[in-house]
Design a protein around this ligand. Structure first.
Ligand SMILES: Cc1cc2nc3c(=O)[nH]c(=O)nc-3n(C[C@H](O)[C@H](O)[C@H](O)COP(=O)(O)OP(=O)(O)OC[C@H]3O[C@@H](n4cnc5c(N)ncnc54)[C@H](O)[C@@H]3O)c2cc1C
Length: 404
């Protein structure tokens, strides 16, 4: 077991500084432009690839840190720079995490690098779970995968909704029902390369925030992929389905859930980065801005808001670091992963709203970044498990009861 420590080791400190410099000099100056354009920020992702921040080696290095803290520390800095661009850089990690959680070691080595490409030829990954009628309720997926024994191919049909990098990714990791009667236990994850016939992009969503991140529907129409593209392999899938048929479909465990559990501290760290950006900005502003002949921070109403922001941000970081450490050292027992994502997401929404209040009318305009941070923060209470779903996970973990 790695020791839990609140002081980062030398490697972590170096990574923190390196990502912060990139966020400060490259990401933040570009944030407004890409938010307005609502387009995927290819030049910035390419810059990130050139320095090794966008790449499978960086991600795998983070995954293999025994303290678990490297990734949340790096992600906090990146999202401090900008959340839309941050998601464009981190979006492929969800696909990589889906492959790592469900694939064989050989599949991980084969497919994770293909979610990133190289610095000269950047590729993207997408993790496709949600559907128009199945978001929180991932056990009800309608996308079907049927095995065609004669050709040793899987045939996939369905529509995926709200997919980060959907349709522009080179590798789509698609979660589909193999045996719908078994609900979540009858699902499997598949690799669908960009070239697969029948794979296409549906509507591209126009969003409230993280507008530099691409989010689209993904249509799968009679998509055929080789039999070996099922993550974990056919034999393991058959064994899993046989076990599930024996016990029935009462268990809710499913491949998508395994991925989301593992990535929750990282999603919390995204929200934390946004909250810290808004807090730092509004603290400086409150010291400068004068009203009634004195700096507005000299009023308790403003100073206490800032005191609360600082307290909530630190509390969020402590929960994230604990969850990140536990994810590598013994696992979650009381819903700690969900606690970290829930707390940081709600904190980010509140802190960014208070930041707008502190900036007054200026805070409400697009000339200042705080309204963008507020829009960007909100997604964190929705994706990768809404705040209500996090509360459900925590409630079930602390009570041992199947709370509905
Ligand atoms: C920008 C963006 C990017 C996304 N990226 C991806 C991606 O890359 N891959 C992917 O697979 N998905 C992605 N999603 C989908 C996202 O994970 C879902 O939107 C989310 O899980 C919520 O599902 P839903 O929208 O269907 O809401 P619903 O499940 O319909 O929920 C609606 C409301 O009901 C509440 N609710 C539902 N069930 C319960 C319950 N049992 N108890 C209490 N309250 C409940 C929810 O909390 C929510 O407030 C993305 C979404 C967005 C907006």
């Amino acid at each position: 077991m790695a020791e839990f420590s609140l002081s980062l080791n030398d490697d972590q400190q170096q990574i923190q500084k390196w990502v912060h410099d990139f966020a400060d000099t490259v990401v933040r100056p570009a944030a407004h432009e890409w938010d307005e354009r609502e387009e995927f920020p290819w030049p910035i992702v390419q810059e990130a690839a050139k320095i090794g921040l966008y790449g499978w080696e960086f991600l795998m290095n983070g995954f293999s840190d025994p303290t678990g803290l490297t990734l949340p520390v790096a992600i906090e800095e990146l999202f401090w720079g900008d959340a839309g661009i941050g998601m464009a850089i981190m979006g492929s990690a969800l696909a990589a995490a889906g492959i790592s959680a469900n694939g064989t070691p050989e599949q991980v080595m084969e497919w994770v690098p293909q979610c990133y490409g190289t610095a000269d030829d950047v590729k993207l990954g997408a993790f496709c779970v949600s559907e128009p009628d199945a978001g929180s309720d991932v056990s009800s997926l309608r996308t079907r995968a049927v095995y065609d024994e004669a050709k040793d191919e899987w045939v996939i049909n369905g529509t995926k909704a709200w997919i980060t990098n959907g349709g522009i990714a080179d590798i789509h990791v698609v979660v589909a029902a193999v045996d719908p009667v078994l609900k979540g236990r009858g699902q499997a994850s598949f690799i669908v390369p960009k070239e697969a016939k029948g794979l296409s992009m549906g509507q591209k969503y126009k969003k409230h925030g993280i507008r530099a991140s691409h989010t689209s529907e993904v249509i799968l129409d009679e998509v055929r992929i080789p039999g070996s593209f099922v993550l974990g392999g056919s034999q393991r899938l058959e064994e899993k389905l046989a076990r599930a048929r024996e016990v029935g479909h009462t268990s809710q465990k499913q491949p998508a859930m395994a991925t989301f559990e593992a990535t929750r501290p990282s999603v919390g760290a995204q929200a934390l980065g946004i909250a810290r950006a808004a807090y730092e900005y509004s603290l400086e502003y409150a010291k400068e801005r004068k009203a009634f002949g004195r700096a507005i921070i000299m009023n308790q109403a403003i100073a206490f808001k800032l005191a609360n922001m600082a307290t909530e941000i630190d509390a969020s970081r402590l929960l994230i670091w604990r969850a990140a450490w536990l994810s590598k050292n013994g696992g979650f027992t009381n819903g700690e992963g969900s606690m970290s994502k829930y707390k940081a997401s709600e904190t980010a929404v509140r802190v960014t709203e208070d930041a707008i209040q502190i900036l007054g009318g200026y805070g409400y305009t697009r000339e200042y970044p705080v309204e963008r941070w507020h829009r960007d923060a909100k997604i964190h209470t929705i994706f990768e498990g809404t705040s209500e779903i996090q509360q459900l996970v925590i409630a079930r973990a602390i009570s041992g009861l199947r709370i509905e």
